[in-house]
Design a protein. Sequence first.
Length: 286
Amino acid sequence: MEEGTIIHVDYELYNGETGTIIETTREEVAKEHEIHQVGRTYSPMVCIVGGGMLIAGFEEALAGAKVGKETECTIAPEDGYGEKDSELIDTISIDKLLQSVKDPKSLYIGAPVNIAGKQGTLSYLAAGRARIDYNHPMAGKTLKYNFKIIAVVEGKEEKVTALLESNTGHTDFGVEFTGDDLAITLPQTMLFDTNAAMLKFRLVTIIRDAITDVSKVSFVEVHEPRGFGVEETEEEHVHDENCNHDEDLSSLSVAELKERCKAAGLPIGGKKADLVDRLSQQDEEE
């Protein structure tokens, strides 16, 4: 797999020593191992091969993998989250621990704790003392990945969309290139995200690092009127001079087409031609 390739990958992560599952992107596997999280959307992870955002051992395995093939790899601590550092383990009094937690009843061996602004894990509690481990929770562990590359993302607009969705948790972005200039229409859900303003700067960096020929990046916010998206019945629809079923849909931007599809209850995925086809077919049926 060429470095810089953007892919969708499903995986399971296991403790290589005990066989205990730690994480999965596949809902059926989560249910099978009784780690299913209600409300979570299970979907393949989007990542950039060789992008440096994953542990070294997994990066190397992805680089040598093939699309559609189930692959297994075992990763030693030095290629994962590193060996445990004894200097990152501290022993404090129980009194100091209790002063740092809101609910003492929430404490248990393995519980995450924050002591003076440092995030750690409670690893020992007895005789008036508590041991806090500030190493990464998976430091010192051999890991095992079972994974499959589901797809390689092709096309500039598709790559941008994949990066936006994976880094924000939002969907329904409008993405359109005019030459090398990129316009991103934010979904309505993101307009109410208090972190959106700062997130934009990070998204620009991510996109430019992954797609080299991106020039100007513009973010478009569309604040729809109240009642937007409420389905209109045929009886309620008024056919007048403003209603043109014969308009040239191909002259509209991708963002405008997606808004039309969304309002009509149609899928918004795919290329511009797909969006035009869906809207045209709907007009013919009407």
